[in-house]
Design a protein around this ligand. Structure first.
Ligand code: FDA
Length: 305
């Protein structure tokens, strides 16, 4: 119930204005977002890499409505890749891109073209791109664009969301050699017709999808903070003789940081998803919706100052 309310609010510009102007919102944002500039992103990346972790960077933004905005997002990624390259960090850091930020909602061709330029710049810098997955109305379009991008840049990755009923089958499609799939539970409010609704059904689906990916020939990226699913991932890695360079765990910036370094110290590859930029509202609301305790934390920090 609370999750639905928060996810509905994530689409409301009125609530966005209220949250953005609340006096201590910035303190809460800072827990989940690395900062606003490429230098902030670089600083966070350096800290994480020094701690033995790898990184994927997300220039915050979604639901772009003009070609100019889409171009600005593309340019922000090109700038970020140049900064990472100059700092010698492209061996440890890649980028994550939301197609809606580069024009998907109003011009799929433009979104593809922008994503293609980002993939080309990433390849030149010696790193990769992973396409984030948004609500279910964009899944087909995102996977179509992924297939086109992979024709030139086969290492381009995609996110699949275990809460969608279709995802086990999408995992089978994408479990082949050379593919990179980031498996997460899913963060949007989706109808029962397309998505499992109960936590236990989503978890069961996650395990089925994880089995398909770990048994396949691709590179699975297990994006979860859930201790049970992490343990199952470790167990399947042993079962399928997967070495630490043939799959990885992924978590979000600011969430379970001790677990991130613990897994890395056990020899696992762990990648942290680091968002930065001004457009943090939708991202923050999805993080609040995932965990009621975060709403309490937000409320406390609003009241305690
Ligand atoms: P779950 O929500 O059950 O949490 C398990 C435990 O993790 C909790 O008990 C708590 O300890 C901790 N935890 C989880 N979320 C927390 C939070 N917000 N704050 C504090 N603690 C928290 N989704 C999507 O739809 N499209 C996408 O492209 C992506 N991309 C993506 C990339 C990466 C690297 C990650 C890790 C996640 C995503 N997601 C996503 C988000 C994902 O779908 C999901 O909403 C969150 O990861 C939370 O789900 P968990 O698997 O962690 O389990």
């Amino acid at each position: 119930m609370l999750r639905s309310v928060i996810l509905a609010a994530s689409r409301s510009s009125r609530v966005e204005r209220l949250v953005a102007t609340a006096p201590y919102t910035r303190d809460v944002v800072r827990r989940f977002v690395a900062g606003t500039t490429p230098d902030d992103a670089l600083r966070a990346t350096r800290e994480l890499v020094t701690a033995g972790l790898t990184v994927t960077l997300d220039h915050l933004g979604e639901d772009t409505v003009t070609a100019e905005q889409a171009t600005a997002v593309r340019e922000a990624y090109l700038e970020l890749l140049a900064v990472l390259r100059a700092a010698g960090l492209t061996g440890s850091a890649e980028v994550s891109v939301k197609l809606s930020a580069v024009g998907q909602a109003f011009d799929e061709k433009l979104a593809y073209e922008n994503a293609r330029l980002i993939c080309a710049a990433a390849a030149e810098a010696g790193t990769t791109v992973t396409l984030d997955m948004e609500d279910h109305t964009t899944t087909d379009s995102t996977l179509d664009i992924l297939a086109k991008l992979r024709a030139d840049h086969p290492s381009t990755g995609a996110v699949l969301q275990a809460y969608l009923r279709r995802t086990e089958s999408d995992c089978r499609e994408l479990a082949g050699a050379g593919s990179r799939v980031r498996l997460c539970k899913g963060a949007y409010k989706e109808p029962e017709s397309v998505a499992y609704q109960s936590a236990s059904d989503v978890d069961k689906s996650y395990v089925r999808c994880l089995n398909v990916l770990m048994a396949g020939d691709g590179y699975p990226m297990l994006a979860t903070h859930d201790p049970r699913l992490i343990a199952i991932g470790q167990e399947r890695a042993r079962w399928y003789d997967r070495t630490p360079d043939s799959f990885e765990f992924q978590m979000l910036y600011g969430i379970r940081p001790d677990e991130q370094t613990r897994l890395a110290s056990e020899g696992h590859t762990v990648r942290v998803y680091v968002p930065y930029g001004d457009e943090w509202y939708g991202y923050l609301m999805r993080r609040l919706a995932e965990r009621p305790a975060n709403v309490a934390f937000f409320a406390r920090s609003l009241m305690s100052k």
